[in-house]
Ligand binder design. Sequence first.
Ligand code: GLN
Length: 446
Amino acid sequence: TQAFLDRIAKHSQLNAFISVTAEEALKEAAAADQRISQGKASPLTGIPLAHKDIFCTQGVKTSCGSKILDNFVAPYSATVVERLAAAGMVSLGKTNLDEFAMGSSNESSFYGPVKNPWNAQAVPGGSSGGSAAAVAARLVPAATGTDTGGSIRQPAAFCGITGIKPTYGRVSRWGMIAYASSLDQGGPMARSAEDCALLLKEMAGFDQRDSTSIQRCVPDYPALLQEPLQGLKIGLPKEYFGSDLNPEMKACLDTAVKELEKLGAQVLEVSLPLTRLAIPAYYVIAPAEASSNLSRFDGVRFGYRCEDPKDLEDLYKRSRSEGFGPEVKRRILIGTYALSEGFYDAYYRKAQQLRRMITEDFQKTLNEVDLLLAPTTPTPAFDLGSKTSDPVQMYLEDIYTLGVNLAGLPAMSVPAGQVSGRPVGMQLIGNHFDEGRLLNVAHQFQ
Ligand code: GLN
């Protein structure tokens, strides 16, 4: 624990952490030592980790990357935080993220952007950019992330680490600050599929405090890692390998495919014709849900409150306009508009219909093959500042990740080479509750 705390301090220029809880961490480490000496340890006991600052942590600031929660100390811990602590893991602190997890580059954080450890000019990806950079720079062996439209997989890809977004409902959302509730899902980010398997085993499982949590037993993910890949059918969705995809990245993925064939997998081309429509569908549904979820930040019960409000309306208005950053305001406006009378049918209902069609496409394809293989992103990590002036360019970066969230499927990103010193991520997409299979394939590949 001390060695990792030292590394965090030494590499503070990465800006990966919002809070470092050194004192508490050393106490937890001492408790873990004791537990080990009493023979009550689990494989994760004493292993340090960091939590994305979207998970509530009792007694520790939980900012969600926003000025509006800069003074918020959570009164309770998220289920994920509790479960990993119960396994004996030692939390070193809270990692940086895009404000309210809205972004693909970590540049919308109130606490400033995170740097990509591979190249200081490059973004680490987002929104779980702090978690990805911290693991990649070896500031911590593992971290939690959340993925509403790619926020575990895309930063994992940009930073050359492994991350899995589980099936919707697999991991409890209780205590995870809501962005778009029908899409949000927490998951682990670590160096390998094996580490992710160990973490997911603890994180997953039914929680009666989350109404969308699914009551279904959790497989022993680490035990599944050694399964042979003989006869496994892997589909390559041709729409994910079109002209949007950087050609050098495509070459990396071609090599990965050959590797998997050598391991016994059978690879065939499949089609997901609605791939492009995931962007418009997601960027209506997610802001719509966000506009509703974020209405709780009104300066009354918690978080930032403006100075000397004239009246209640002034208090709401100024607390929110001073507390939220520009990307969050943009999404609240889009969402409120899409849900408003007269526009609901044209935008929100249409987006929901598209969501259903995209889900059906995935289902059809996943009846033909065991899993899908695709790039995680169309390009390697882009430069800091290169997309901040054009939100649509930023949204287009999410083309390969959003569909999975709309369909509620599990998916992971696995390192698959580099282009000019910037990591490339290979995405594996499975059927509902097939996390074990994804981790197995990733582990055999690694
Ligand atoms: N980049 C996407 C967005 O900005 C996804 C973010 C996420 O998964 N939290 O909404």
